[in-house]
Design a protein around this ligand. Structure first.
Ligand code: ZN
Length: 416
């Protein structure tokens, strides 16, 4: 079961303290590279990328707060305790001053960042915050914020066509499972699977820091071959699937919606909105790429989002496997969605004489329905592709493909 492999990679990556730059990202990419042959890129701090500048590189060794010589907050127990991108600090301050640097959440340790404003802080569960006693505290943050680089990983898999399908995820969050290690590990195994296949489309996988990484990649690369894309995030929890459509009308929306419909499960469709993850950059008006996002529970819609509650229990192998299979199904439709022409368009051909009538188990022992055969024959006029036929008929895409294969075998249709 692939879900167990995906989950075990997630477990291995979970403890690493990642950020939008730094050694946590490098270590994460190095481990992914043990599974797939990633190319790793470094872009120097200070580089202009559209309206943004690559920030200084941040690294962290340790961070804690002590009271009466005892650690009361400890980064080493959970890296979410430290505000991501905190500047170095070594001082003694009174509780009232310390409180100005503490962020809380009622149930969990919240995830807080300060990438573009130099500051420092700690994050605590509310009850731990209330437990802090009056007095003087020792604050120690051993971090560095220096000129370095932003790191990202990329894998290109060449297919027969030069048109590319983009699968992208972000690798900048510290110890959280669903947002977004789940997307990172799912795409690692999806890429591994596609590497072993003979493909029609070319596929490009990006492992980038969210927002600034997407902006950087878009500033440095030619996107003219990108046909469709998906941002893979929040795919490991038990929630039902959510598909966020691309900004512009696109076949990728129809494909993902058909995959979800064919699964027979409940799911939710959301129209594009200019917030969320990297689809914001890929669908910005200058690019307007056909990129959507297939998730389970959408970010912001689960209470564990951006907290320590999004842990190794919140994501489970079964759900990762289920999401992985949905992504594979998207690839299946992409790879098999072709147009055919009916070579016998004047009235229905005689199906009985070709062994196609009332066939419930053909020679290949795959059930093929007469109605699927009739839909394929009727709509294969060079205008409709198999996805159009599957959507219009309400028949599962895979069943339409089986019917198409039989019709091809008996010479009733040919590919356009
Ligand atoms: Zn996030």
């Amino acid at each position: 079961m692939q879900g167990l492999n995906i989950y075990s990679l997630l477990k291995k990556l979970f403890p690493i303290c990642r950020s939008i730059t730094g050694n946590g990202v490098r270590e994460t990419l190095r481990i992914i590279k043990e599974v797939i042959p990633l190319d790793i890129y470094e872009v120097t701090s200070g580089t202009r990328v559209f309206d943004w500048t690559i920030p200084k590189e941040w690294n962290v060794q340790d961070a804690w707060v002590k009271f009466n010589g005892q650690k009361v907050i400890d980064f080493k127990l959970n890296n979410l305790h430290l505000v991501n991108y905190s500047v170095p600090v070594n001082c003694k301050i009174h509780l009232s001053e310390l409180k100005k640097h503490i962020f809380t959440h009622p149930d969990y340790i919240p995830y807080v960042t300060s990438y573009y404003k130099e500051s420092w802080g700690f994050c605590l569960k509310q009850e731990d915050f209330y437990r802090l006693e009056e007095g003087e505290y020792e604050v120690f943050i051993d971090t560095s914020l220096t000129s370095g680089s932003l790191t990202y990983g990329e894998l290109f898999i060449k297919g027969k066509k030069k048109e590319e399908i983009l699968f992208t995820c972000y690798i900048c969050h510290p110890s959280m499972g669903n947002d977004n290690l789940s997307g990172t590990v799912l795409l690692t195994y999806l890429a591994k699977e596609l590497l072993s296949k003979d493909l029609e489309y070319s596929y490009r996988f990006l492992f980038i820091p969210e927002t600034i990484g997407a902006i950087t990649w878009l500033a440095k690369n030619d996107v003219s071959n990108i046909k469709y894309g998906l941002v893979c995030t929040c795919v490991g929890d038990k929630g039902k699937f959510t598909y966020k459509r691309s900004r512009r009308d696109s076949k990728i929306n129809k494909i993902v919606e058909k995959v979800l419909l064919d699964s027979g499960e409940n799911f939710k469709l959301v129209d594009f909105f200019p917030n969320g993850s990297d689809e914001r950059q890929f669908c910005s008006p200058g690019f307007n790429l056909e990129v959507g996002s297939l998730m389970r529970s959408m970010y912001n819609e689960f209470k564990e989002y951006h907290t320590s509650g999004d842990d190794l229990n919140f994501v489970q192998p079964y759900f990762l496997e289920d999401s992985y299979l949905k992504y594979l199904e998207v690839v299946y439709i992409l790879e098999n969605n072709k147009k055919y022409i009916n070579l016998n368009p004047y009235c229905e051909p005689n199906l009985g004489s070709r062994g196609l009538y009332n066939l419930t188990g053909g020679v290949k022992e795959v059930p093929v329905s007469n109605i699927a055969i009739k839909w394929v024959l009727n709509l294969s006029d060079g205008e409709n592709d198999l996805l159009d036929i599957a959507i219009r008929s309400g028949i599962r895409f895979r069943e339409i493909v089986i019917a198409t294969e039989r019709l091809k075998e008996v010479g009733l249709i040919i590919v356009v």
